[in-house]
Design a protein around this ligand. Structure first.
Ligand SMILES: CC(C)(COP(=O)(O)OP(=O)(O)OC[C@H]1O[C@@H](n2cnc3c(N)ncnc32)[C@H](O)[C@@H]1OP(=O)(O)O)[C@@H](O)C(=O)NCCC(=O)NCCS
Length: 158
């Protein structure tokens, strides 16, 4: 994608991530999720396990965003298990671009995710994409904040 809001000459690429992105992903994870950040073995898993759509946003050769969708054939569901953009690169359309590209690569008929009840930025993004609340997992996150469970049915799949 091209993004007019970035500095002149910068270009955002949304491309598959690999295990080689582990160090950059660790940095992103700490910057985005602080208390909820995943340990290194979870990050390695998301970068290497089968049936995971894993995409990174790259600006000037630097990883600035990441999304992963875990396709679970047994339940016909894909879970978006993480989405994050480095703070200086937010509000430039990168989260939207990552989510759109991830959805386009998912073949199962429904996508689900969880989000902190207070995470207005993410909730707005998901609402824009047509995700709807289907449940609440009480006290799910560290600090005992509830998780809202959102779902989107994908047209033309399944
Ligand atoms: C949520 C997150 C991924 C959004 O990434 P982003 O690149 O800033 O998102 P975009 O620029 O594509 O924004 C798309 C839309 O989302 C909504 N949005 C994004 N950030 C917002 C904010 N801070 N406040 C209100 N709405 C916001 C807006 O509707 C925005 O559209 P607009 O800019 O045209 O108004 C980013 O804020 C982030 O990494 N947060 C920390 C990690 C996190 O919470 N991840 C989600 C876990 S479920």
């Amino acid at each position: 994608m091209d993004n007019g809001d970035l500095t002149p000459g910068s270009h955002v690429e949304i491309i598959p991530a690999t295990w080689r992105d582990l160090t950059a992903l660790q940095r992103l994870e700490k910057a985005c999720f602080t208390e909820d950040s995943w340990p290194i073995w979870d990050l390695l898993g998301v970068l290497s396990l089968p049936n995971v759509v894993r995409l990174k946003a790259v600006v000037d050769k630097q990883l600035v965003g990441f999304i992963a969708g875990d396709e679970r054939n047994s339940s016909n569901l894909t879970w978006i298990v993480t989405l994050g953009v480095l703070p200086p690169y937010r509000r430039m359309g990168i989260g939207r671009a990552l989510l759109a590209e991830c959805e386009s690569r998912i073949s199962l008929p429904a996508i689900r995710l969880t989000v902190r009840r207070s995470n207005e930025a993410a909730l707005r993004l998901y609402q824009e994409f047509g995700y709807q609340q289907i449940g609440v997992w009480a006290n799910y996150y560290i600090g005992k904040e509830d998780a809202l469970v959102l779902e989107k049915k994908q047209a033309g799949t399944g």
